[in-house]
Design a protein around this ligand. Sequence first.
Ligand code: CA
Length: 228
Amino acid sequence: MRVLIIEDEPKTADYLRRGLTEQGHVVDVEHNGIDGRHAALEGRHDVIVLDAMLPGIDGFEILRDVRRVKQVAIIMLTARDGIEDRVRGLQDGADDYLVKPFSFLELSARLHALSRRSRQTEPTTITIGDMVLDLLGRKVQRGGDRIDLTAKEFSLLTTLARRPGQVLSRTEIAELVWDIHFDSNTNVVEVAVKRLRAKLDGPYPLKLLHTMRGMGYVLEARAAEGTA
Ligand code: CA
């Protein structure tokens, strides 16, 4: 999952970041309300861990602004005696809350419960042309043939398959799949696309992974002729 932590206490933010990173999540951290709101509105996160009391703009205001435009899972962090805060947060659309101080295991359990809930509304398979992508089983087939992919190749394919027909730039892919900000010295995206394409499209007449010159990559079913 991609998680955004908006928390002004450096120690709490740091320990959440470390714990979540160790569990394999991609983690962004903001330490004040202004940067936090920007990241929450602009980013593509699965979950936002949002402290109620923040310098700049408080957590409730961020919660309302985010809820107006998107359905991302939000866990509010509130003070021990802040019962009103908890009620207010849930009324304003928070999915859950944790009272400080809390253990990392508590947060981790809430995150898993939330991701299970959101996964239930998400499709578990994506079909494009003769490709069937099983998101839960992490398997890919084309015309009934099993295709073996590495974890990163699978993640790259999933990223593209969730947006069929939509061009994703190398920068977007680098951030979504590798959590790196694109730098022209790295060709990690090109290399991975090339490997994925060889496995996914190599022997098949119907091509799925296409390069849009100067723009990026797109996954859609197209005849071999006329591909870029
Ligand atoms: Ca705070």
